[in-house]
Design a binder for this molecule. Structure first.
Ligand code: FA5
Length: 351
C-alpha cells in the first residue's frame, strides 16, 4: 500500500471512529481517539515516520497528503474537545440541578423588612398619591447647601443645633445633617411649582435613647403661588394618619429653624406610655418627630425665586422616630444594632 493510500485509509478510519465517539457522548472517548491517532504511538504519528523512509521522488506528494490528514485530524480533535467540555458541563448542571418546585426547607427563615424601610414604603405610597415627586440628594455635601443657602451663614448660632461631621477637603464639605439640603439642590435646578418628597440618610454627632449618629429623614416641600400654613397642616395630618391611624394624638409647637418663618415642631403621643410619661419620652408623654414651617424669603433669595410671588412650606421628619413610635420601641438605637431576633418581628413586606 502506498503512503497516499495509507493516509486515505487512516482518514476514513478516523471519520468512522469520530462518528462513533460523537454518538457515544462520552468525554473520555474523545481523549482515547486523540491518543489512537495523534498519541506517541498513534496512527498519524506512525504515518509521519513512514514518510521519512519514502523515496525522494514520492516524498513531496506523500508529504502533502500526510500533512493534510494530520491537520484534518488535529482540527477535528480540537472540535471534539470543545464538545467534550459541553458534555461535562451539561453533566454537572444535571447532577446539581435545583428543583425549584420542592417545598422550602423548614429550617429557613424568610427575611423581614427593616422597620424604617416599612415606614419609608408607607410614606412614599401616601406622598405619591398626593402627587409629590421623589428626589434624591448627596449625603456628602458642600456647606452651602446644608447651611449657608438655608439662611445659616458662617458662625450662625443655629449651626450648633445640628452637631456636624465635617470632611477634610479643600472646600468645606460635610455629612449632611438634614435632608433640607435637597430643597436647595432642587430649587436651583427647577422652577416652581414644586411638590417634592425626599427621603434619605443624615448624620449628626448624637447618641442617646432617641438620637443616633446616622438616621433617616423625609423632607417634603411645596412651592407655588398662594401656599399657606393650612396646606402644611393638611399634608402632615394626611400622612401621619396613614401611618398611625385616625385616632392619633399629635400637636404643633411653635419652634425656630432659620430656613422657615413661622416654624413649628411636631409631636405625636408617646407610643410606649400612651401619653402617661416614661423614660423614652422623658416623662412628657410626647415624642418629637419633625420640624416644619413656611419657607423663609431668604431661602428663596438664595436660589433666585421671587419671594413676593411664591410661597411654600417645608417639613423634615425623622423616619426612625416615626418607626420607634409606631412599633412602640423604647430605644431608637435598637433599630441599628442588627439584632436578627429583634428585626424578625416585623412584617416581611410593606404595602
Ligand atoms: C431638621 O433637621 C430640619 N431640617 C427639619 C425642617 C425641615 C424644619 C424643613 C423646617 C423645614 P431637626 O433637627 O429638629 O430639624 O430634626 C428633625 C427630626 O429629625 C427630629 O424631629 C427627629 O425626629 C429627627 N432627629 C433629629 N436628630 C436625630 C437623631 N440624632 N437621631 C434620630 N432622629 C433624629
Amino acid at each position: 500500500m502506498t503512503l497516499l493510500e495509507k493516509a486515505e485509509l487512516i482518514k476514513n478510519e478516523f471519520e468512522a471512529d469520530r462518528q462513533a465517539a460523537i454518538d457515544g457522548g462520552k468525554p473520555e472517548a474523545i481523549e482515547a481517539l486523540r491518543v489512537t491517532y495523534l498519541g506517541r504511538k498513534g496512527k498519524v504519528t506512525a504515518l509521519m515516520e513512514d514518510l521519512r523512509s519514502a523515496s525522494k521522488e514520492d516524498r513531496p506528494a506523500a508529504g502533502k497528503s500526510v500533512n493534510m490528514v494530520r491537520s484534518h485530524i488535529d482540527g477535528a480533535i480540537d472540535g471534539l474537545k470543545a464538545l467534550a467540555l459541553k458534555w461535562e458541563l451539561a453533566a454537572i448542571i444535571n447532577r446539581e440541578a435545583v428543583d425549584i418546585t420542592l417545598p422550602v426547607d423548614e429550617g429557613h427563615q424568610v427575611g423581614s423588612l427593616h422597620p424604617v424601610s416599612l415606614i419609608r414604603q408607607q410614606l412614599m405610597k401616601v406622598f405619591r398619591s398626593l402627587g409629590f415627586t421623589v428626589m434624591d440628594g448627596p449625603e456628602i455635601d458642600f456647606d452651602f447647601f446644608n447651611f449657608s443657602a438655608l439662611n445659616m451663614p458662617d458662625n450662625h448660632p443655629a449651626r450648633d443645633m445640628q452637631d456636624t461631621f465635617y470632611v477634610e477637603t479643600a472646600e468645606k464639605m460635610l455629612l449632611r445633617t438634614h435632608t433640607s439640603n435637597i430643597q436647595i439642590h432642587t430649587m436651583l435646578n427647577q422652577q416652581p411649582p414644586l411638590r417634592i418628597i425626599a427621603p434619605g440618610r443624615v448624620f449628626r454627632v448624637d447618641n442617646d435613647m432617641t438620637h443616633t449618629p446616622m438616621f433617616h429623614q423625609i423632607e417634603g416641600f411645596i412651592v407655588d403661588e398662594g401656599i399657606t400654613f393650612a396646606h402644611l397642616k393638611g399634608t402632615i395630618d394626611t400622612f401621619l394618619r396613614a401611618i398611625f391611624g385616625p385616632t392619633l394624638k399629635s400637636r404643633f409647637r411653635p419652634s425656630f429653624f432659620p430656613f422657615v418663618e413661622p416654624g413649628a415642631e411636631f409631636d405625636v403621643e408617646c407610643g410606649m406610655c400612651k401619653g402617661k410619661g416614661c423614660r423614652t419620652c422623658k416623662s412628657t408623654g410626647w415624642i418629637e418627630i419633625g420640624g416644619c414651617g413656611m419657607i423663609h424669603p431668604a431661602v428663596f433669595e438664595a436660589v433666585g425665586y421671587d419671594s413676593s410671588r411664591y410661597s411654600g412650606f417645608a417639613f423634615g421628619f425623622g423616619m426612625d422616630r416615626i418607626a420607634m413610635n409606631r412599633f412602640a420601641l423604647p430605644d431608637l438605637r435598637q433599630l441599628f444594632e442588627g439584632d436578627y431576633e429583634f428585626l424578625g418581628h416585623f412584617p416581611t413586606r410593606g404595602n
